[in-house]
Write a protein that binds this ligand. Structure first.
Ligand code: ADP
Length: 355
């Protein structure tokens, strides 16, 4: 091992030898020159010895002090490194805990979907089984009644499966690009496919478009599903009168809206908080002869959320309901600008529920 003069210990040893040597030589001379008597010589020798001890002590102290401060520095560095490591480990642990929480939530959401789907399918399937059993035992003349019931429940199951497929497709396309959509054209197409159904029930179906209407930023197929669901509900839950559809534009918020109003059964205000939950059907709907999956408004909400829009409901039981969906218009940059979430705008007065 090479001992360099730059090393503090080597330097102190060299200084010690030099200073010690000089001390011995000089003090010897002083003792020899100034010791006039034996007593004086003894005193000077004592001073010389004490000086040597003091010099040695100072140098030993310096050596220990250097050693101590070097250790202190290493300990400080280690502590700092340790703290850095601890904070990085804490950060990673937090990340892992977050990821774990998300996974648990995802697993719970999946379990909820499976439970909800099974529960929703159970009712029509039980009904089909019951009618099949009755069909086996009942007299032949009652068969058509049971067969009609089975057909109806099969339609419910079919509608539910279609709604589930719609929902999963819409959720899967959450990152699909937005395009300029003409809401008037969307409503017209949807009305064309529902007009027969409305007329079969003796209901009027009118459309009052606002023209020109700025195009909204959206996915046209999803917006078509949204209008279809609102129209189909309006027809389903209306027995007399009619359905009027409007489009409006709010200059204030730069949003366009589609408004579907009916003169149907209306909805009890107590039902509002649950209306857009998946698989939710109001007590009145469950007790009525109107069949449904409880997914229509859940799909509407999913589409509205994906479009940064909002949906409002006004309803009076026994008089009818109005559903209004506000959507941001296409910006000049060609994207969906999002909307202000500060309440109603434009043409709808006194909305009961913002969703
Ligand atoms: P459903 O398949 O039961 O129609 P939705 O999710 O479409 O399910 O609607 C949820 C509930 O909201 C319905 O069960 C119904 O009670 C109520 N609802 C929806 N639209 C209307 C409407 N236009 N008039 C009256 N009630 C409605």
């Amino acid at each position: 091992m090479k001992a360099s003069i730059k090393h503090p210990v080597v330097r102190i040893v060299v200084i010690y030898i030099l200073v010690g040597g000089i001390w011995i030589v000089v003090s010897d001379r002083v003792v020899r020159q100034f010791s006039a008597s034996v007593e004086q010589a003894a005193t000077l020798e004592t001073i010389k010895g004490l000086g040597f001890v003091a010099l040695t002590s100072i140098l030993i102290f310096l050596l220990l002090w250097r050693e101590f401060s070097a250790r202190q520095r290493v300990e400080d560095d280690l502590r700092e490194l340790n703290m850095g490591l601890e904070s990085r480990i804490a950060e990673r642990t937090r990340d892992l805990e977050d990821a774990n929480r998300r996974l648990v939530e995802l697993a719970k959401a999946q379990q909820r979907v499976i439970r909800d789907v099974s529960h929703a399918l159970k009712t029509p399937l039980t009904s089909v089984n019951l009618r099949l059993e009755l069909l086996e035992r009942a007299p032949v003349e009652r068969a058509p009644q049971y067969i009609a019931g089975i057909k109806e429940q099969a339609q419910v199951i079919n509608a539910m499966v279609n709604s589930l497929l719609d929902l999963s497709r819409i959720e899967a396309e959450v990152d699909a690009p937005m395009e300029a959509v003409d809401l008037n054209a969307t409503v017209e197409t949807s009305i064309e496919s529902h007009i027969g159904l409305a007329h079969d029930k003796g209901l009027a179906l009118d459309f009052s478009p606002t023209r020109p209407l700025p195009q909204v930023a959206g996915r046209s197929e999803h917006l078509m599903t949204l209008v279809d669901n609102l129209l189909s509900n309006a027809i389903k839950y209306t027995d007399a009168g009619g359905i009027s559809v409007r489009t409006v534009y709010s200059v204030e918020h730069d949003e366009a809206a589609v408004i579907v109003a009916d003169t149907g059964s209306g909805i009890e205000p107590a039902e509002f908080p649950n209306l857009f939950k998946r698989f939710y059907r109001t007590s009145a709907a469950k007790e009525s002869a109107v069949t449904g999956s409880g997914l229509g408004l859940g799909i509407v909400r999913e589409i509205v959320d994906q479009h940064n829009g909002r949906v409002e409901v006004e309803s009076t039981p026994g008089e009818g309901s109005t559903f209004t969906v506000w959507l941001p218009v296409m910006s000049e940059a060609g994207d969906n600008k999002g909307v202000l979430q500060d309440g109603g705008g434009g043409a709808v007065s006194n909305p009961i529920l913002l969703s």
